[in-house]
Structure formats: C-alpha cells, structure tokens
Ligand binder design. Structure first.
Ligand code: DX5
Ligand code: ZN
Length: 226
C-alpha cells in the first residue's frame, strides 16, 4: 500500500492558513492533519472547531483531526459540524473508549485512536472492530518539532499484527511526531501507512519537495524488498 502523507498544519503559518493549505494540496498531500490541544491533556493550547470549519472551507482534502483534549465526547458534535473526516481521540483521555468511538461514527466521521509513546498497544485490543484509524505517537504530544522516539517502532509492528489477527488489515496506521525522510522510512518498514509531519514539511522551504522526499524513502523500501 502506498504511503499517505498528512502535513500537520501546527507548523504552518496560522495567519495564512488558506495559502498554507494550498501549498500542501499543490505539493501532493493526501490528508491535512489538524492538532487540537486544550492545555489540560497536553501542556499547550492550539485551535478548536471554528478553525477546523474555516480549514474545511479552504481545502478539499480529508481532514484528519487529532484531539489532544480531555473529555473529547463533549466536542464531537462540534467537530462533526465543522466538517472533520477522521476524528482521533487519545485512549488515555477516554474512560469509555468504545462508546466514544461509536459516537464518532454515529456522527458520520471515521474514528481513530491515538496512543502516547508510553501507552501499550493492548489498549486497542477490545476496540479493534470499532476503530477506523490507529495513530501512534512517536513524540509526547503537545508540540511540533520534537525529537522522534525510536522505542515506539516495535509498537507499530505489533499493532499491524493485531489488526491482521482481527481481520482489520485495511485500517490505516498513522505515525505522528518527528517524522522526516529517515524516520518515515523506518516507521513505514514497521507497518505505518500514513506519515504525519509538521516541521519536516512546513519547516522546509519547499513543501512539495518535502512531501516527495517522505514518499521516496518509503518507495525505496518497496524496491529493496521486491
Ligand atoms: C504533536 C502533534 C503533531 C505535530 C507533529 O503533539 O500531534 O501532529 O504537529 O509535528 P512534527 O512533525 O514537527 O513532530
Ligand atoms: Zn498530531
């Protein structure tokens, strides 16, 4: 499966979101990753549903909304109305994870589960039939531009085999945090099918070139293993 690239607009210029989205779109992005932070679940504040609504109006790409917030159930309706396609909640933030995933789907969105670097993959075991996306954090969530935590790589392979055992191999495995061409290749080899990247895309001078570089690393893997 060809890897998907999801630029994180956290590293974009928030005063020029429309043109930043266009840069991603013209550069060949597959999804737009939107980082929502509440200052409780993570030590940082970013944006909420009104900004997602504006982003929705400015791009035709699927919106991959990553909720780094406590009690996400309270806001699911807002994010649905704002036009989110995927809504991902953190397993650590949900007391009743299966209920939350059902609610996301009842609102017409795809349901993702995110795991912090120190959270074991077992949290997914009893919701494998309910989720549409797994998001594996390769940094502690809260900020863009952090260093990739290599210890999470074996978790990606384990999640891949859990999904296969449950007959859910088609579920995308996304990896988020410190992804560039080198770490992207590493996580893709372990089973990641979506690469989320902020700094390595928006922090580079050329968004299209950065996206192409991420893809190239993964395409080389396909050649070596052919
Ligand atoms: C971190 C966010 C990430 C972040 C990734 O809390 O969830 O999506 O924007 O940024 P980079 O690619 O710069 O690590
Ligand atoms: Zn994110």
């Amino acid at each position: 499966m060809a890897v998907l690239v999801a630029p994180s607009i956290l590293s974009a210029d928030f005063a020029n979101l429309a043109s930043e989205l266009k840069r991603a779109e013209d550069g060949g992005a597959d999804w737009i990753h939107v980082d929502v932070m509440d200052g409780h679940f993570v030590p940082n504040l970013t944006i909420g549903a009104p900004v997602v609504r504006s982003i929705r109006a400015a791009t035709g790409l699927p919106l991959d909304v990553h909720l780094m917030i406590t009690d996400p159930d309270r806001y699911l309706g807002d994010f649905a109305q704002a036009g989110s396609n995927y809504v991902t909640v953190h397993a650590e933030a949900c007391l009743h994870l299966q209920r939350t995933l059902s609610q996301i789907k009842a609102l017409g969105m795809k349901a993702g589960v995110a795991l912090n670097p120190s959270t074991p993959e077992d949290h997914l075991q009893y919701v494998l039939g309910d989720l549409d996306l797994v998001l594996i954090m390769s940094v502690n969530p809260g900020f863009g531009g952090q260093r990739f935590i290599e210890a999470v790589v074996p978790k990606i392979a384990r999640v891949k085999s859990m999904l296969a055992d449950a007959g859910r191999s088609g579920v995308p495995i996304s990896v988020d945090g410190g992804i560039d061409a080198a770490t992207g290749k590493l996580v893709h080899e372990a089973g990641a099918t979506v690469l989320v990247a902020g700094k390595s895309i928006y922090g580079s001078g050329d968004v299209g070139k950065a996206i192409a570089k991420l893809r190239e690393g993964c395409a080389n893997k396909a050649k070596t293993h052919a």
